[in-house]
Design a protein around this ligand. Structure first.
Ligand code: FA5
Ligand code: MG
Length: 381
């Protein structure tokens, strides 16, 4: 289903399939479907919605901050566990470190799961205000707003005592207020008016921490995480008397709101009916769906084993159906008297480009049934 590519170019560096998809390393959990996405660089295409959005965010920072923010957009997505986790204080037992959540190349190397992986190295190199844009990778659930590869833009801004002393505010409060003002201004620059709200949250690398949600298609959509950087991160780079804020924008989510794009899979489509709707520098475009093709629902039930996880199941489905799978949803779960647990998942198959035939969908579903049995150690019901 996926063209087997033997090498990809990531920012001018050629990476061989065997360097990333290591069939002989038990830690390696990168499938070919993910390897083939490396080096796509959607954020560097001026006519792609992600590239158009990135340029609009650059414009906002250039005009409001006199070009103080340096821009990085071709840092390699293949990073060490130290960069991705340790440097940003992710605890040793945090779920995001597990093979269930992150793509490991080997025990020491991962496909970055966030652009925060570059904060510490850029600070160490002496950068103080910067934007880092790139593709990030996560094992995750399947629906219209989640995809295993997506794009983030990290923002980082260091302040000195002179900045907050004048305000009379405590440094943390000063940074938190400046951060929210900056991001609210960005939202106005991109959307004009939209309904949005701040939600308190937790990140290991910021305190306090917030998420911004935007009302989209009758629901609240989380578009970014941010907060005031933990002092330890600044101290690691010799910044003893400073305070900083940081944010991580979900570019697909913002682009969905901006251009009215209903499904995250569309960003990967090279169907001309999608790509031709977007123009370099044009923010006002509203995506016109080219007729919606009918969905096809298939349920699958099985007794799970202890090692079963939903992310593993989703990856099997994605591996077989690729972008023909729209959603995977747990619709029933129960445990019998013997202590065995059964799950029933509804898989929604739908192509964005054409009608699927019954035969084709039955074939996909039968492959899913075979493969979950073979790979996930479950018993079909
Ligand atoms: C982070 O990744 C933090 N590194 C953000 C951050 C940076 C916080 C700096 C503080 C300081 P989170 O896991 O919430 O946070 O992801 C950030 C955004 O990425 C989300 O708000 C969402 O918009 C987007 N996102 C997350 N998972 C997916 C996915 N599977 N598909 C598409 N977008 C996603
Ligand atoms: Mg989040």
């Amino acid at each position: 289903r996926f063209p087997i590519v033997s090498a990809v170019d990531i920012g001018g560096v050629t990476v061989a399939r065997n360097d990333v998809v290591r069939d002989d390393d038990p830690t390696n959990n990168v499938p070919d479907s993910i390897f083939s996405k490396l080096g796509m660089q959607l954020h560097r295409r001026d006519k792609h919605p992600i590239g158009i959005l990135k340029n609009a965010i650059y414009d906002y920072f250039d005009s409001n901050y006199a070009k103080q923010f340096e821009k990085f957009e071709d840092l390699s997505p293949i990073v060490t566990t130290k960069q991705n986790f340790d440097d940003v204080l992710v605890p040793a037992d945090h779920v995001s470190r597990s093979l269930n959540d992150t793509y490991y190349v080997d025990s020491q190397t991962v496909l970055r799961c966030h652009t925060s992986a570059h904060q510490a190295e850029l600070l160490r190199e002496g950068h103080r205000r910067f934007l880092v844009t790139g593709d990030v990778y996560r094992r995750d659930s399947i629906d219209s707003t989640h995809y295993p590869v997506f794009h983030q833009m990290e923002g980082f801004c260091v302040f000195s005592p002179g900045d907050w002393n004048e305000s009379g505010k405590d440094s943390t409060l000063y940074a938190a207020e400046d951060l929210k003002k900056c991001l609210e201004g960005l939202a106005r620059h991109l959307f004009g008016g939209v309904e949005m709200r701040w939600v308190d949250t937790y990140f290991p690398f910021t305190e306090p921490s917030f998420e911004l949600e935007i009302y989209f298609k009758e629901d609240w959509l989380e578009v970014l995480g941010c907060g005031v950087t933990e002092q330890r991160i600044l101290k690691q780079s010799g910044l003893e008397n400073n305070v900083a804020w940081a944010f991580g924008l979900g570019l697909e989510r913002l682009a969905m709101v901006l251009f009215d794009i209903p499904d995250i899979r569309l960003f990967w489509s090279d169907d001309e009916r999608f790509t031709s709707q977007f123009k370099k520098g044009e923010l006002g475009v509203k995506f016109k769906p080219f007729s919606k093709y009918p969905p096809c629902y298939k349920d699958i039930s099985f007794w799970i084993s202890e090692s079963f996880t939903e992310n593993n199941f989703c990856e099997v489905v994605r591996g077989i159906a690729g972008d023909l799978v729209e959603e995977v949803k747990l619709i029933d779960s129960f445990t019998n008297k013997k202590g065995m647990t059964s799950h029933c998942y509804r898989i929604v198959f739908r192509s964005m480009e054409r009608s699927l035939t019954d035969e084709e969908v039955n074939d996909l579903q039968s492959k899913v049934r075979d493969e979950v049995q073979r790979k996930l150690n479950v018993e079909l019901r």
